[in-house]
Design a binder for this molecule. Structure first.
Ligand SMILES: Cc1ncc(COP(=O)(O)O)c(C=O)c1O
Length: 420
């Protein structure tokens, strides 16, 4: 029996579900994203346990990782989906999620996206402005399709997280100003082809201080109660996502407090709740394995130059994010302090700065941990680099998740203009 997740086997090698990571790196090549289905299952069940005493559904936030196999796996466990584009919708359909389990969020849904979502009878639109309401109403009336509408409220709460993933303050583009929600909710009732279904919040991502959730959810519940008092029905509340994961220590986030908040605020109520976790379901399941191209030493510093780059994982430079980095095979030759960097011509192309790691040689592997969420999904082909290969480990077997475009494939999609 092996342990849950990534662990050291008896030879000291990083392994998953009984398979050595070095074996996988050699088999598939690097850079290589690996996803452990057992961690995905574990985090899904932990979340389900936190909400099991209320009426609620989990809608996996596809933006965290939109690989079809990841969506499909969560769907098999019981999740619906939360999407922010029609591209994500198509991926969900390809993964076997029914449109009736899909919530369409996002501040900038375009005309074609709205029309496709309506034609396919998605569960609901979470809308973020009165202007969006009018656009949806116009299209819904034109094609004679009903739109279920939930208003995303901006509660003006600033959670303690990185400013680029904080979405609940009034200065951000997200949600409807708290004081305008009642009037817009009332307006929903005056429009044909529009069915009001409730209110929602999402205050940001990577949040550990659950008091911020408490405040946001309490405000939302009180607002819904006020709206109900004047005679309108508010059947559902969407509580968004945002639960943090421990990038530094690999400690599983304890959801007891979150569970208590949900129980305190909603166990006596009749609201049907929806939850949109992304990061907390998938981040810890992923690692990015990379091979050392060479070690470089300057007067002041050590650099470990690896074959993954910011085009594969942009979080360190975009969000100042910390990822734990471990040698895949143990090396007993002591420690070094180094910047771990990719080959891209940007100073920002790094995975760690001044990091103490075990000494590592050319051609050996490093594992960049907790890279299941907001990682491969943000990949680009910058510096004409191809995507990392992605595999999933299920029941002790490794499965390739997709074909990666080769540089030839990429070139073949460009059209040569005849300049003569
Ligand atoms: C509307 C909405 N719901 C859910 C999420 C998922 O958040 P997280 O991955 O932090 O759980 C996001 C991410 O920013 C979001 O914008």
């Amino acid at each position: 029996m092996h342990c849950l997740g990534y662990y050291r086997d008896t030879t000291g090698e990083l392994s998953v579900q009984g398979i050595k990571i070095s074996y996988l790196a050699k088999k598939y090549g690097t850079p290589l994203y690996i996803y452990d289905s057992e961690i995905m299952k574990d985090r899904y069940h932990a979340f389900l346990n936190a909400i099991k005493e209320v009426k609620g559904n989990i809608h996996y936030a596809v933006k965290a990782n939109d690989s079809i196999n990841i969506i499909k796996y969560f769907s098999k466990l019981g999740c619906g989906a939360d999407i922010v584009s029609i591209g994500e919708f198509e991926k969900c359909i390809a993964a076997g999620i029914a449109p009736e389990k899909i919530i369409f969020s996002g501040v900038g849904k375009d005309k074609n996206e709205i029309e496709t979502a309506l034609e396919n009878n998605i569960l609901q639109f979470n809308i973020e402005s009165q202007e969006e309401l009018y656009d949806i109403h116009y299209i819904a009336s034109k094609i004679k399709k009903n739109a279920n509408i939930c208003l995303r409220v901006n509660p003006d709460i600033a959670p303690d997280t990185h400013k680029k993933i904080s979405t609940g303050e009034k200065e951000t583009k997200f949600g409807i100003d708290f004081e305008n929600v009642k009037a817009i909710y009332e307006k929903l009732h005056q429009l044909d082809f529009i069915t009001p279904v409730g209110l929602g919040v999402h205050i940001g991502s990577q949040i550990f201080d659950f008091n911020f959730f408490y405040k946001a959810y309490l405000n939302l519940r009180n607002l819904a109660d006020e709206i109900k008092k004047v005679g309108f029905s508010v059947p559902t509340l969407d509580l968004g996502g945002g639960i943090g994961v421990d990038y530094k220590n690999d400690t599983k986030t304890d959801l007891t407090n979150y569970k208590n908040i949900i129980l305190e605020l909603f166990s006596e109520s009749n609201f049907k709740l929806s939850f949109e976790p992304g990061r907390s379901l998938i981040a810890e399941a992923g690692i990015l394995v990379t091979k050392v191209i060479r070690n470089k030493k300057t007067k002041d510093k050590n650099f470990v130059i690896v074959d993954a780059a910011m085009n594969n994982l942009i979080r360190p430079t975009l969000y100042d994010a910390f990822h734990k980095i471990e040698n895949v095979q143990t090396n007993k030759t002591g420690e070094i302090v180094a910047d771990i960097v990719g080959p891209i011509c940007e100073t920002g192309d790094y995975f760690a700065l001044d990091r103490t790691i075990n000494h590592i040689n050319k051609n050996q592997y490093l594992a960049i941990k907790t890279t299941g969420a907001y990682s491969s999904v943000m990949s680009s082909n910058y510096n004409a680099r191809t995507d990392a290969i992605e595999i999933m480990i299920v029941n002790g077997q490794d499965h390739k998740m997709k074909e990666v475009d080769t540089i030839k494939d990429i070139i073949s999609k460009e059209t040569l203009i005849d300049f003569d």
